[in-house]
Design a protein around this ligand. Structure first.
Ligand code: HEC
Length: 205
């Protein structure tokens, strides 16, 4: 009982002293912005590691620029601000913005989970797939229809392990790849026409 109380109290105290922890827990809106940034903005801003932060007034100055590349952020100041913060994070830490979503142990994702990691209009996907150790793997995903898509698998250091264009057959894309360096990896897909991914898995081969 006492221990439980002590734990609760210290958690509360921590929240009072470090309010940004509470913020870090509630990062759901951020997932959307992280996906937008790492698919659309990444075409030019990926691995921009200048270490130099943008000035606060750069957000206002770049609003038009942001909207030109992502129209749906129009009137949604919070998305513009999040995209701006994510760019600053990348510049300073030279890393992808951290994700709070847990990676399934079996590295298998179903459509409702995948939905969260895609942009609504174009169905671009950006999904943290967790850590991979050196070895050979298969990345398989199923789609709602046959399409042609650019697929990337990227290390946390921005090295491309997979970077190619694929035609699905029987609504499926099956890719063999090998990993040399242990670390966290990220899946990205740009479909030629929007198509939902209904299932994705990574297995050792
Ligand atoms: C076609 C390439 C391209 C795309 C796509 C793009 N940008 Fe940019 N962006 C630039 C260039 C070039 C600059 C000016 C040079 C710089 O600061 O990197 C810039 C500048 C910025 C700045 C100002 C930085 C500063 O320090 O003043 C912000 C903020 C920004 N972009 C955010 C975004 C966001 C958010 C997206 C996605 C919605 C995006 N950009 C998409 C090319 C692009």
């Amino acid at each position: 009982m006492k221990w439980y109380f002590a734990k609760r109290t210290s958690a509360l105290l921590a929240l009072l002293i470090f309010p940004h922890w509470a913020f870090a827990v509630e990062d759901r809106p951020f997932t959307e912005s992280v996906v937008i940034f790492n698919t659309i903005c990444a075409k030019c801003h990926e691995a921009q590691c200048s270490g130099r932060l943008s000035f606060d007034d750069a957000l206002e100055k770049s609003a038009n620029h942001i909207l030109r590349h992502y129209g749906p952020a129009s009137g949604k100041q919070w998305i513009q601000k999040e995209l701006f913060d994510i760019l600053n994070y990348m510049k300073e830490k030279c890393a992808y913005y951290p994700s709070n979503s847990s990676v399934p142990l079996k590295k298998t994702w179903d459509s409702d989970v995948l939905e969260e990691f895609s942009t609504l209009l174009d169905r671009n996907y950006f999904l943290p797939v967790g850590s991979l150790s050196p070895g050979s793997y298969r990345l398989v995903f199923e789609l709602e229809k046959d399409i042609r898509a650019t697929v990337h698998l990227i290390s946390e250091e921005f090295d491309m392990v997979v970077d190619d264009c694929f035609d699905s057959s029987n609504k499926r894309i099956d890719i063999k790849f090998s990993v040399e360096d242990s670390g966290h990896y990220f899946f990205r897909m740009y479909p030629r026409e929007p198509a939902k991914i209904t299932r994705l898995s990574i297995t050792k081969s």
